[in-house]
Design a binder for this molecule. Structure first.
Ligand code: DI6
Ligand code: FE
Length: 404
């Protein structure tokens, strides 16, 4: 197997417990063996025998190297758009009013159902390309705009197909319990029954890496969410939850009881919820794009999450209703400016902790044995990645050991 080495770089390894902030190694060397990182450390300590075996030597030109970015919460595959609702909201309607009046998620469901798989893929690919252009090498895509077996299958299949045609790894999440479709209006429990029928079928087709639900007063109760979680658990599928976004409904405690890999949004998270998440090892996924776009005022309790040592991830929540965002770098900035995360916490939130939020242990840091997914940035300091608004200093991406 051929070895490659990158030198003339600084490496932000993001390793937990490193002595330097960001796990930063100045004047680093990084050796890749096939699809895996074989060695990373100060260049001066690179073993000469290892260097001699490297058939390709890359001059990084002084770049900063970070792990490939991970966007751990997206609804990237959907039909249509909601620019018109954006306009309505600016004319005075609230998000909840629009949702209750059959707009909101329901309008995206209509457009998603109407689109063929091919059309859905064509509409979603530009969003994916935008994320990839900013150094994303792994992302999660949820279903939840189909809300019927064939359309949920179509969404998840398109998500899988996008990974085949792009240099990115895609994890798929079944979010059947996202909203109650029109044909089940007023019969939420009957719709949950339908979700429980879809899950094993989609899972058997290899389309489901995790199961999610929208636990909220405008969506599903904790009791209804628990039925979905119990079904996932019976199939051995990890769960995660849209929890405490618009109110504290206790979803985080329920999710923790089911060993959830993540709870997402969390603006209204209580101390009890944070403690339950800490005990269960559940990652907190913060979504500053939705907070910003909905003009929320209740901040997620970051001090509480720090105190309880709950790992914090950051994600775009890319979706047409509450976060029409395809820039993970912008989310780094917003996590700092709006939520007051440090730039180091923000970067860990799109690398190491985002990997944990997806239950992935083979990526998210630069270390021997991890996947060779990394990004070369034209910046001096890691903080520049969250400092700049609208800049994209990415120079190169290496995905599974290959230059993209
Ligand atoms: N929470 C959200 O913020 C999005 N979904 C969810 O469960 C909103 C989705 C939409 O409005 O289309
Ligand atoms: Fe979401």
């Amino acid at each position: 197997m051929s070895l490659q080495v990158w030198t003339n770089c600084n490496a932000a390894t993001l390793l937990a417990g490193a002595s330097q902030p960001y796990g930063l190694i100045e004047d680093a060397a990084l050796v890749v063996d096939g699809e895996t990182i074989a060695w990373v450390g100060p260049r001066a300590e690179l073993p000469v025998e290892l260097l001699a075996r490297c058939t390709a030597q890359h001059d990084a030109g002084g770049a900063l190297i970070t792990p490939g970015l991970i966007d751990c919460h997206t609804h990237l595959v959907y039909g249509g758009d909601r620019a018109h609702e954006f306009e309505l909201r600016l004319n005075g309607a609230s998000y909840e009013e629009i949702a209750r009046a059959g707009g909101g998620i329901a309008s995206t469901v209509k457009a998603t159902r109407a689109a063929s798989a091919q059309q859905l893929q064509a509409q979603s690919a530009p969003r994916l390309k935008q994320l990839i252009s900013e150094g994303v090498t792994t992302l999660e895509i949820k279903s939840g705009y189909g809300l019927a077996l064939e359309h949920e299958r179509k969404t998840l299949s398109v998500a899988r197909a996008l990974a085949q045609s792009h240099a990115v790894d895609i994890r798929t999440t079944f979010l059947g319990a996202h909203a109650v479709p029109a044909e089940f209006a007023g019969r939420t429990d009957a719709y949950v029954d339908a979700v429980l029928e879809m899950l094993p079928l989609l899972h058997a087709e290899g389309l489901v890496d995790a199961v999610d639900a929208f636990c909220e007063r405008i969506a599903f109760s904790t009791a209804q969410t628990e039925r979905v979680f119990a079904a996932a658990k019976a199939l051995g599928i990890p769960v995660k939850l849209h929890a405490e976004q618009l109110s504290d409904s206790g979803g985080s405690q329920l999710a923790a009881r089911y060993g959830a890999i993540s709870c997402d949004h969390l603006e209204w998270l209580s101390p009890e919820g944070a403690r339950a998440m800490a005990a269960a090892g559940t990652v907190a996924v913060l979504l500053p794009g939705a907070f910003y776009f909905l003009r929320e005022t209740k901040l997620p309790p970051v001090a509480l999450l720090r105190e309880q040592r709950v790992p914090m991830a950051i994600s775009t929540d890319c979706n047409p209703g509450s976060s029409p965002c395809t820039s993970l770098l912008l989310m780094l900035n917003m996590a700092c400016t709006l939520f007051r995360l440090t730039p180091e916490e923000a970067l860990a939130g799109v690398t190491r902790h985002a990997a944990a939020a997806l239950g992935l242990r083979d990526r998210g840091v630069l270390a021997e044995g991890k996947r060779a997914d990394f990004v070369l940035w034209g910046v001096q300091r890691p903080a520049e990645l969250s400092y700049a608004l609208g800049a994209n200093p990415r120079q190169q991406t290496v995905f599974r050991g290959r230059l993209v």
